[in-house]
Ligand binder design. Sequence first.
Ligand code: DC
Length: 450
Amino acid sequence: MGINVALDGPSGAGKSTIAKKIAARLKYVYVDTGALYRSIAYYVISKGVDLKDKQALIASLPEIDISLEYRDGSQHVLVNGEDVSDKIRTPEISMGASKVSAVPEVRTFLFDLQRDIAKKNNIIMDGRDIGTVVLPDADVKIFLTASAEERANRRFKELQEKGDLSTYEQVLADINQRDYNDIHRDIAPLRKADNAIEVDSTSMTLDETVEHIAKLIEEKTGAPAPREKKERKPMLDFSGIEPVKRGKKLNPVRMFFYNLLRYIVIGMLKLWFNLKFEGKENVPKDGSNIFASNHRSYLDPVLICLPTRVPNTFMAKEELFQTNKFFVWLIKVFGAFPVSRGKGDMGAINMSFEKLNSGRNLVIFPEGTRSLDGKVGRGKTGVALIAAVAQCPVIPVGINFEGKLKFRRKIVVRFGKPIDPEQLKVTTPGPKELKLLRTTIMDSITELVH
Ligand code: DC
């Protein structure tokens, strides 16, 4: 019998991502039991069985042969020989899995398979009932949670990156429904085992959660967890980039039309929304400034443009440039240029300096993605890097509204006092200095969000 770690918790708490990372680090086998329930849902849905028809569902079980294979460290699920690992990750199958998992015969069907794998290997197994039913004698039991809103936020971002069109509200409703199903079913409901350690990851990053759980396993099993070797990102080379020369005048004809358009759009938006600007005196009259804002909606770049007399530019994720032609034209008019996220896109950074040098302002959303619940997330260090090298004032912006943007919704856009380039000056833009700068910028934004 190997070492058994049971990791239970509600949908979307990040169990699988975390378990995978821990398994790689401890050289354990990772067993994703949710994938087994998903496979059953996949098989019966493909066969056209109505999930409410329990007899038909139970009658299908003997036809299903599920096996797990491990290739390059990742788990592949095979249903009657077909690799269904990707096909079982749709919202339809998620909901189906939640339903089939409430059927006792389905749970019994999967019970032996899970126990067999655990007997033969050092494993970390994630699910809902691992610590309570499947492996009641597990060496370590963790119950991982996070608030429903935070789980929905994470899941929504994941789906968006895959191009899925589900809205945040749909994802949250789904999570709440699946929580309800999992907690209230009669058999093996989701519940924390008495001797499980609860870990709430709501305000922890992924790396912090992995670190915390790996330490808990280490303490419980006495086996030192090897430190994960961090892959160093290649350093970006800024040696050839000079600080921005400010004071450049833009073409007066373009400025006239830009300002005309600005007043028209202000008028239109004020008719539609209850729109207020605060701290307009903090918006410089000239160009080459950096506006660093929280990110709430696709309207944000426009909202920030409205009180600025000089046209802005902003980085937008490259996926947006592959959408509808009219939308692409519109965002380009408002100064968007593409950035590939998470890769330290040097082309986009050079473009930012070019735009600032030409006298335009640059809008940056340091959080990278939109925050749907209005909370300001962790900023990326890129904003600090650009500000430190460009040596342009950074004006913090807070965009505030409740719920979703709809007719007559109150929107308050607050501009804070510019952060002086002197304060942004760092002699060596090393990770520590940049983190400090990022904190200064993010704290200023957070103060404007209330
Ligand atoms: O973890 P997941 O989202 O992939 O799980 C899919 C469904 O399977 C989930 O709604 C609950 C169910 N499940 C279960 O009942 N018991 C487990 N051990 C794992 C998953």
